[in-house]
Design a protein around this ligand. Structure first.
Ligand code: ZN
Length: 99
């Protein structure tokens, strides 16, 4: 599997082990990201019942939206109600997007 023999050294084995460990670390990082998909699906089940998420499924939001928060229909970020500037076409707009 190891194809990076372009820098032969005495401690090649040690180095290979290090890079394998590094790869494994990165891989577990990635797999934890994959697990998030399931968690997101599960979260959608009980988060925001009745809310239309069809336009927001690409968002990588992890925190569930709180009752005093809203999702801006322009930037799709979750803001606190204090940042609600108004509505456009019945959709909430944050102060940043309204400015
Ligand atoms: Zn916004």
């Amino acid at each position: 599997m190891a194809t990076d023999y372009d820098a032969p050294r005495k401690n090649e084995e040690d180095i290979s082990e290090d890079s394998i460990q590094e790869l494994q670390t990165r891989r577990s990082d990635k797999s934890s990201g994959v697990v998030d998909e399931d968690e997101t699906e599960a979260a959608e089940g009980f988060e925001l019942p009745g809310a239309d998420l069809s336009g927001e499924e690409l968002s990588v939001r992890v925190l569930p939206r709180q009752a005093d928060e809203f999702t801006c229909s322009s930037c799709f970020l979750v803001h606190h109600r204090s940042q609600l500037a108004g509505e456009k076409n019945g959709q909430p707009i944050c102060t940043e997007c309204a400015a």
